[in-house]
Design a protein around this ligand. Structure first.
Ligand SMILES: C[S@@+](CC[C@H](N)C(=O)[O-])C[C@H]1O[C@@H](n2cnc3c(N)ncnc32)[C@H](O)[C@@H]1O
Length: 271
């Protein structure tokens, strides 16, 4: 039996750290997470776990809780259109505004890496080695980042969205029927931890930011705050790519909405 006090403590903790909100009517959704933590930290009762968090919480415990509360669902070339828009429209437009510059990109909720890898494969396929770009990929979940950094994917992972010709070109088969991304691709991406709610954003830095399927978990205030920070992280003329069906509705962010290759994207006004 988990008391309201314990539910409230963990719901508040997760909200403060990630912005993910468990209203009182959904407290039951914390049950399996509390059970998982009890097993991990060898606690006999929810109250033991609660006392452990109150008195000797460590960074590792915090990280574990964040890992089990985040939804890391992702797959290769998710929704397809953003990757077409990137290579057919966004990059050519940026090359006109910023000729000869290295294109700086950020995948800011990159989960287990399928999104940044899809970006890189799209660029490589379209531009070969002629495009200078760098890609920063970040996430709040250390478990997701570990998998992204290892770059090893199961058969099931690669069957979700990755065309066979790209699989054999950019991945090598390793033990246990798994696939490891080749260094010619992985060398272009740097993975690190970044919390969109609490970490400090770089300003005027990126030509392109992918922020997909993460703001749906945020309340309107947090969404406004994160999008405002992304606005300032973009260079003038830079593009924000959001998830299918995500929009600026409910915010006052002055990004211009454009339809490119059938994909809705958002551009910071050029100065
Ligand atoms: C559903 S996945 C989306 C992954 C990828 N962008 C895609 O569209 O396929 C959402 C990711 O956002 C991350 N996330 C959740 N809250 C976050 C926060 N406050 N800061 C950074 N990342 C966060 C989660 O860990 C998760 O990996």
């Amino acid at each position: 039996m988990i008391s309201q006090e314990i539910y409230k403590y963990f719901a508040d903790f997760v909200f403060k750290k990630t912005g993910i909100f468990y209203p009182e009517k959904d407290f039951y959704r914390l049950d399996s997470r509390i059970n998982t933590m009890m097993k991990e930290f060898r606690c006999d009762t929810p109250d033991d776990l609660y006392q452990m968090f109150l008195t000797k919480k460590t960074e590792q415990m915090e990280r574990f809780l964040i890992d089990i509360c985040t939804n890391n669902e992702t797959y290769f070339f998710r929704d397809n259109k953003p990757f077409d828009a990137l290579v057919n429209d966004i990059i050519p437009q940026l090359q006109e505004i910023y000729p000869n510059q290295t294109i700086q990109m950020w995948s800011c909720a990159s989960s287990t890496g399928q999104e940044p890898l899809s970006i890189m494969m799209s660029l490589k396929e379209k531009f070969g080695d002629s495009l200078n770009f760098s890609l920063k990929a970040t996430d709040i979940s250390s478990k997701a980042l570990k998998k992204a950094t290892d770059g090893v994917y199961s058969n099931l992972d690669v069957q979700r969205g990755l065309p066979v010709q790209l699989l054999v070109k950019y991945f090598e088969s390793v033990e246990n029927s798994q696939w490891k991304v080749k260094s010619e691709l992985s060398k272009h991406v740097s993975y690190s931890s970044f919390n969109l709610l609490t970490d400090i954003f770089e300003r005027n830095k990126f030509h392109v930011v992918f922020c997909r399927n993460v703001l749906i978990y945020q309340n309107p205030e947090n969404k406004q705050e994160i999008l405002s920070n992304i606005y300032h992280a973009l260079k003038p003329g830079g593009f924000l790519v959001m998830g299918a069906g995500e929009s600026l509705i409910g915010t006052n962010i002055q990004l211009e909405q454009k339809s490119l290759s059938g994909c809705m994207v958002f551009q910071r006004p050029k100065e």
